[in-house]
Design a protein. Structure first.
Length: 293
């Protein structure tokens, strides 16, 4: 009886320590989640407040509920309809997805499957561009696009996507292709396929997780991009949603913070829907990066 009691005490203490660690971990996770989600919750709640209650009011819950902010946001600003801003954002986001998928997949196939002189050097240079801050190339890029007459159009924001300038996506697809067995290429080559046939008929269908992962990131990054459109777009009718939000804040006159919060919530909805629909593919794409054929 004494032996059973002695042996059960350490086991009980071990369970107690595990329970304490579990409770501590979950409490910490809840605190971190609250800190991360609070700005989003504040934005949503502020969209239902009158503009006068947003600035300087520490209460999260609105004292007076109103939908006037959404009415004002949907009516547009500066003579431009809200749906024009949405259309501009969609053009940039969808165009970025198409450009990234086409250029990055082809470039990744070349780096992963084709042996050519200087392949390692070119790949290292491409990876090196990921270390180069975007702000370093802002002025040269602007001078280049301005000399070509592309400023105030969508071309400076879309053309680089079709030229495989996004090294992150090329690297992601290269790593994915390196995990696919080369026996697939050899079998397709025996059947008479060239590089284009191997890429289009064999490898591209297998790259679906990597392609969808790249599409998700490209869509979200383009949809939320502020600096690029701010540099190259000057007319309000070409503004995407992130730039349109800036129009509601005027330092020289009255700022409509309520409409700004409402438009921010509306701009967030497509990104959330896009992520919810494709999130399982995102997880699959990240998970398969560790698999080798």
């Amino acid at each position: 009886m004494t032996t059973a009691t002695v042996t059960s005490t350490p086991a009980r203490q071990a369970r107690q320590r595990r329970r304490t660690r579990s409770v501590g971990f979950h409490v910490l996770a809840v605190v971190v989640a609250v800190v991360i989600l609070y700005p989003g919750a504040w934005m949503v709640m502020s969209s239902f407040k009158p503009s006068g209650e947003i600035v300087g009011n520490v209460n999260l819950w609105p004292e007076t509920w109103t939908l006037d902010n959404y009415v004002s946001a949907l009516s547009g600003i500066g003579g431009v309809s809200f749906w024009t801003f949405v259309l501009n954002s969609l053009i940039l986001a969808v165009g970025s997805v198409v450009g990234v998928v086409l250029s990055a997949s082809v470039s990744a196939y070349a780096f992963a499957r084709i042996s050519f002189p200087g392949r390692g050097v070119f790949f290292a240079i491409m990876i090196g561009t990921m270390l180069l801050p975007f702000h370093v190339v802002i002025i040269p890029q602007y001078i280049l696009f301005n000399s070509m007459g592309m400023v105030n159009t969508f071309l400076p924001l879309l053309a680089p996507k079709f030229l495989a300038t996004e090294a992150f996506f090329v690297f992601l697809m290269v790593q994915f292709l390196r995990g696919l067995p080369r026996e697939l290429d050899e079998a397709a080559r025996i059947d008479g396929c060239g590089h284009w046939g191997i890429f289009r008929r064999v490898l591209l269908p297998l790259m679906r997780p990597a392609v969808i992962t790249s599409s998700i990131f490209a869509f979200i990054w383009s949809w939320n991009d502020f600096l690029g459109p701010l540099l190259y777009l000057k007319r309000p009718d070409t503004y995407p949603l992130p730039i349109a939000l800036r129009l509601y804040v005027d330092q020289t006159s009255v700022s409509d913070y309520g409409a700004q919060m409402a438009m921010a919530v509306l701009a967030l909805v497509p990104v959330l829907l896009f992520f919810v629909v494709f999130q399982r593919y995102l997880v699959d794409g990240v998970a398969t990066q560790g698999l080798k054929g």
